[in-house]
Design a protein around this ligand. Structure first.
Ligand SMILES: [Ca+2]
Length: 185
């Protein structure tokens, strides 16, 4: 988020970023409220900045033993699932539950579910060591998120559990995109 003060000191132009696009809003306030407004905007900025950067993700993946040869696919997946917002929560509607965190892990299978449901091995990962709370998938510590995401990938034999990867990464030239570079991390 960027804040620009216009010629008229009471008008502020605020540029927000929603993860994909920048957009602007104008605010008119009294001079007395300027200081309060700027503090509030700083707080909002901190909230909106609940993101990891590319190297944070690379390091977290490396800590769980992910080879460099997989990095571009993981970075592309994270880019198109959450755009690196570790606190992202998306309601899928109906009975499809919600997706949590930087890897958008689905609550129907991977968090906050009681033991004992039937299903495929991949969808019982929570009973095999991936049994975290959904809240733990939207906090700033992404190590447990990575642990579960890697188990899901290994169980499925690839990244097909993530539509973001299927639709935006699968079969694409990931080497030519600097968003997925990991060598500088
Ligand atoms: Ca976490």
């Amino acid at each position: 988020m960027k804040v620009y003060q216009q010629k008229n000191a009471r008008i502020y132009s605020v540029q927000f970023y929603n993860g994909y696009h920048n957009y602007n809003r104008l605010f008119e306030i009294t001079m007395e409220a300027d200081y309060i407004l700027l503090i509030a905007m700083a707080a909002i900025s901190c909230t909106l900045a609940a993101k990891k950067d590319r190297c944070d993700v690379v390091h977290a993946l490396r800590d769980k033993g992910v080879p460099y040869s997989d990095m571009r696919n993981w970075l592309c997946l994270v880019k198109h699932e959450s755009n690196f917002h570790y606190d992202a929560v998306n309601d899928n509607g109906g009975d499809r539950w919600s997706d949590y965190g930087i890897f958008q892990l689905n609550s129907k299978y991977f968090c906050d579910q009681p033991d004992g449901i039937t299903g495929t091995n991949c969808k019982k990962l929570r009973q095999k060591g991936c049994s975290d709370t959904c809240a733990s998938f939207k906090d700033s510590d992404i190590s447990n998120d990575v642990y579960c995401a890697v188990r899901i990938k290994n169980c499925y034999g690839g990244y097909s559990a993530w539509y973001g990867w299927v639709n935006r990464c699968n079969g694409r030239d990931l080497v030519g995109n600097s968003d997925y570079d990991y060598e500088d991390c």
